[in-house]
Design a protein around this ligand. Structure first.
Ligand SMILES: *Cc1c(COP(=O)(O)O)cnc(C)c1O
Length: 413
């Protein structure tokens, strides 16, 4: 997961200067932005690309013969090619543009489910999924008369692989698992999960929202059938996102939304659909956001990304050690293999109070169930406080976090 790169190669100050919001103050204090698992910040390169697009190039894509429409179409498709290269998909048309990870999973659940899931079939999801990788499957299961079965996890927040293998059978039609848990930070052995499902001929839909921003993802190396992620968690604007699907699956699936741009020919009797990727991109897409996603990938390619990822991983280890040393703090999610996320509770203090007190000091963390209520149910807690790191975070910020938590304990303790 982490490259052998030296983190000392990484020029943290230069990278921080690329993200203008990081220098602002909140409540008169220097901002420490530790809520990257919810949404990451955007670098100047992306902001400038958006301004250029909106002030010089904007038009609708796909349809026009005029110059602006051709420029917009070219830039939109160039962003798709950047995505393809970044995740090493075989073909750009396998990268469907969607509003985000949620829409991507809904596309797969509907497009695949309506065609291949039937009465009595089973869909496996894991106990640590984000609601985005549970609810769409529940909805399609209800429509199709299928049932959801759950891959359990252990007290550290790691999937129990033996139990997973036992759940696979001839009725299983889909395995839907996160690459990285947003509530726990667990990095799942997704390659192994996929290889095992493939032994039974079962496709796997990977929720990659928390993976793509934190280490290199190669969809062909993983042999993922579907892989969904959001632009706004990887330094791009909201409204951008991708669901990768293997061409052979995407071609067999029907579209899940109908409308303009996804057709070849329409009569009132019958419509013939367009080819990939248009078949799955009904209506006007989030053009400037997807172009912004392309710019975010160009930005990631312009920095020493392996060193950046290695730095972030070192920082997670550093912060984990600091918080573990504080009496009264319980770390939720202690898997051996983790990325970015540090969830915790403080004895006797509600996570929302922790979040509010930290905000007064300029420290942005999240408190809540993180759209993963089954995880909270498993640990028997209503919520956690969650700090989540990106490569632009610093050890000073981790120190500030630890000091602020100590203060919370003094006040409430
Ligand atoms: C954020 C997140 C999602 C949902 O992403 P949206 O951008 O809200 O569509 C799904 N899964 C995981 C693991 C996430 O962290």
């Amino acid at each position: 997961m982490v490259s052998a790169k030296q983190t000392s190669d990484f020029d943290l100050d230069t990278v921080r200067a690329d993200f203008p919001v990081l220098s602002r103050k909140v409540h008169g204090e220097q901002l420490s932005y530790l809520d990257n698992a919810s949404s990451s910040q955007v670098p100047n390169a992306v902001i400038e690309r958006e301004i250029k697009y909106l002030s010089e190039e904007h038009s609708n894509v796909h349809r026009g013969v005029h110059t602006l429409s051709q420029i917009a179409t070219n830039e939109f498709e160039r962003a798709r090619e950047s995505v393809r290269a970044f995740i090493n998909a075989a073909e750009a048309k396998e990268c469907i543009f969607v509003r985000g990870c949620t829409e991507g999973i809904n596309l797969v659940a509907n497009g695949y489910g309506r065609k291949f899931i039937n009465e009595g079939d089973e869909i496996l999801v894991s106990q640590m999924e984000h609601h985005a990788n549970i609810v769409p499957w529940q909805m399609i299961a209800e429509q199709r008369g299928a049932r959801i079965r759950v891959i359990p996890m252990n007290e550290n927040g790691e999937l129990i692989i033996d139990e997973y293998e036992n759940l696979l059978n001839e009725r299983t039609r889909m395995v839907a698992v996160a690459h990285v848990s947003n509530a726990l930070g667990t990095v799942n052995p997704i390659r192994e999960v996929i290889a095992t499902a493939h032994k039974f001929g079962i496709p796997v839909c990977v929720d990659g929202a928390q993976a793509v921003p934190h280490f290199r993802v190669d969809v062909r190396d993983l042999d993922a059938d579907f892989y969904a992620f959001s632009g706004h968690k990887m330094f791009a604007p909201t409204g951008s996102g991708v669901v990768y699907g293997k061409q052979e699956w995407l071609e067999k699936m029907d579209p899940w939304q109908g409308g303009g741009s996804m057709i070849r020919y329409v009569t009132f009797e019958k419509t013939r659909y367009a080819g990939l990727p248009e078949k799955f991109e009904a209506g006007t897409p989030a053009i400037e956001s997807q172009i912004g996603l392309g710019a975010a990938i160009d930005y990631l390619n312009s920095i020493d990304l392996d060193a950046a990822f290695a730095w972030e991983h070192e920082l997670l280890g550093y912060a984990t050690e600091k918080l573990s040393a504080i009496e009264g703090v319980r770390i939720i999610g202690t898997a051996k293999n983790k990325a970015s996320v540090l969830s915790f509770t403080i004895e006797g203090v509600h996570p929302h109070d922790i979040g509010t007190i930290l905000d007064q000091q300029g420290i942005a963390i999240r408190a809540g169930h993180h759209c993963a209520q089954p995880v909270m149910q498993f640990f028997g807690i209503p919520a956690t406080a969650r700090a989540s790191f990106a490569f632009y975070n610093t050890k000073e910020e981790a120190d500030r976090l630890a000091e602020a938590i100590e203060k919370v304990i003094q006040v409430f303790g």
